[in-house]
Design a protein around this ligand. Structure first.
Ligand SMILES: Nc1ncnc2c1ncn2[C@@H]1O[C@H](COP(=O)(O)OP(=O)(O)OP(=O)(O)O)[C@@H](O)[C@H]1O
Length: 216
């Protein structure tokens, strides 16, 4: 299978079981939307997908390169925006202008990254992913801090990426237009509450609702 696949994946962070038995697959052109309350493990899921965390159990298979956009811009603050994006595009065989244009940042290319506003920095982070050539985009709360125009630009870029055979896995609290996306809704679940026991220092596990791609 081309793309990314989670099979029976479990994740523990800080000694807490966040989720287990998570299975889904995204093939070229597909998208997944991760939802759930604060702290349930959405960012952790994306970091697993990026290979930055090891799963507690299960298998994560990727056949393509990934690019992660999270709260870390991963852009040189002292460089101009154009140069900072060029660093990534340079070794990924990407296209800085594509990223700048997609997120409406061309007029800021000569501005140092440290001078960008919060929303502009978020757009720059997304431009880094768009400018690169990674087939799999991992977007953690990509709409945070974006105005309506920037959100529309992001949705257009996602659609174009998918139309070209790209894959998008995004975690978002706010609505994000991704037609036909697989829903990965992570729900916290406390076993002791269900079993009538309480007070034990037990790991909190999680149930996951998906639209057919979760088989645990
Ligand atoms: N580096 C870490 N070490 C230990 N525990 C961590 C670490 N990072 C996150 N956690 C814990 O893992 C749990 C899940 O965090 P995560 O950031 O994945 O949640 P989230 O669903 O993305 O939350 P939010 O909606 O607030 O962004 C939280 O309880 C958090 O405290």
């Amino acid at each position: 299978m081309s793309g990314i696949r989670f099979h029976d994946v479990g994740c523990i962070r800080g000694g807490r079981l966040l989720f287990e038995g998570l299975s889904f697959a995204l093939t070229p052109g597909e998208a997944g939307l991760v939802t759930g309350p604060n702290g349930v493990g959405k960012s952790s899921l994306l970091r697993l997908a990026a290979g930055l965390l090891e799963p507690r159990a299960g298998v994560i298979a990727r056949t393509d390169r990934v690019a992660l956009a999270d709260e870390n811009a991963a852009l040189d603050r002292e460089a101009t925006l154009g140069a900072a994006l060029g660093f990534w595009a340079g070794f990924e065989g990407g296209d800085v202008a594509r990223g700048l244009d997609a997120m409406g940042l061309a007029h800021l290319a000569a501005i140092p990254v440290r001078m960008l506003s919060t929303g502009q920095r978020k757009r720059a982070t997304l431009a880094r992913v768009i400018a690169g050539n990674a087939p799999i985009w991992l977007l953690d709360e990509p709409g945070n801090g974006l105005d309506a125009d920037s959100l529309a630009r992001l949705e257009t870029a996602i659609a174009a990426h998918r139309a070209g055979g790209g894959i998008v896995l995004a975690a978002s609290h706010q609505p994000l237009g991704m037609a036909g996306a697989i829903l990965l809704d992570i729900k916290p679940f406390v076993p002791s509450a269900v079993e009538g026991r309480g007070g034990e220092d037990k790991p909190v596990s999680t149930t996951l609702d998906t639209n057919g791609y979760f088989d645990a």
